[in-house]
Design a protein around this ligand. Sequence first.
Ligand code: APR
Ligand code: PHB
Length: 394
Amino acid sequence: MKAMRTQVGIVGAGPAGLMLGHLLHLAGIDSIIIEDRAQDYVIERVRAGVLEQTTVDLLNESGVGSRLQREGMFHDGIYINVFGNRRRIDIAALTGRRITVYGQNEVVKDLIAARSSTGRPLLFEVADVSVHDLESEQPKIRFTQDNTSCEIQCDFIAGCDGSHGICRASIPSNHIRIYERIYPFGWLGILADAAPSSPELVYSVHERGFALFSMRSNAVTRLYLQCAPDEDVSKWSDDQIWDELLTRLHSNDGWKPNVGPITQKGVTGMRSFVTEPMRYGRMFLAGDAAHIVPPTGAKGLNLAMADVWRLSRAVASYYQSGCDELLDHYSEDCLRRVWRAQQFSWWMTSMLHRPNTGNPFDSRRQLAELEYVTNSRAAMTSLAENYAGFPINE
Ligand code: APR
Ligand code: PHB
């Protein structure tokens, strides 16, 4: 058995684990990050791409924002296409804040580079990960690497291992409560080599279902279609996907996305999920390990960043003053932001997807809501404030 020791043992090298390791490093705190996947897999994994101003500020202030500043696409607004009527919500004018489109995997790439330059450990392709003695002062992480059993003795463990990780699953069920809602649809997402035909995102409501136009660069478009949660993507030819996207996205002003070769496609189910509290003994959960939002509100990565900012501050305060106060408030403070984002993500999801209740009342009510949200300054301001995101300490 190989024995190691660190201040904070971090399980998972997604955005949450990597950013936590980085913020702790800046505070002079030692960590070991372990990840069960290969480095290339983590970097290539296609995920969401909208960063709140708060997330961008945090990346910049912590010295990992230089490529983001060069390559990120800064957006002042979004469009909502209501049955062909495309209307713009001017987020910058309404809130003074803007959003940045920059793929989550680019954030991960930048954070891995920052970690490597510190020389602090980041271990990929570990197996059989488990956590132990969580209620003691010296919790432990065990795993195997290259057929060697390893144990890390830690002061704290950060469970940043996403929604299917082992950290949350290691908490005795009588110590946590789970809140969950599963939606009766999913998103079929594609990446295409096509120049974005709109400088800003288009969220589109159509009789045939929701569609979303987004982008990754001046040459790559990212698009989504509402589909069944268990849709078999292999049954869709590229032509069928484009036909459906063009039908659902085109607007009466003549706008439609540019078509190009599809380079990646996949289906994701939609769910809302919250774990309370986000702590058990000396293990703290952050990011998708603690909560999942449906992607319609573009909040997942941003919530993960806010969690680890809070956790790094709490851990730093503990080492500076020996005081547990911020650690003790971590879960409660995170959950306030999490639930506000849950509400917003649920609302955007319900408003923009076609109700499948079969009751025409629901469709007419939805149209009235969309008319209100895209015409009333008060309603647009509320959407814009939530979409652009709140200051990090709120
Ligand atoms: N041991 C080590 N690592 C693990 C284990 C395990 N047992 N289980 C999972 N992991 C790794 C995963 O391979 C992944 O790299 O933990 C990482 C978790 O990363 P993410 O799933 O990206 O979660 P998080 O870092 O919280 O980022 C949240 O991801 O899903 C999106 O929309 C979400 O943008 C949000 C972001
Ligand atoms: C994306 O670009 O992948 C994206 C954008 C907005 C969303 C979700 C995903 O609401």
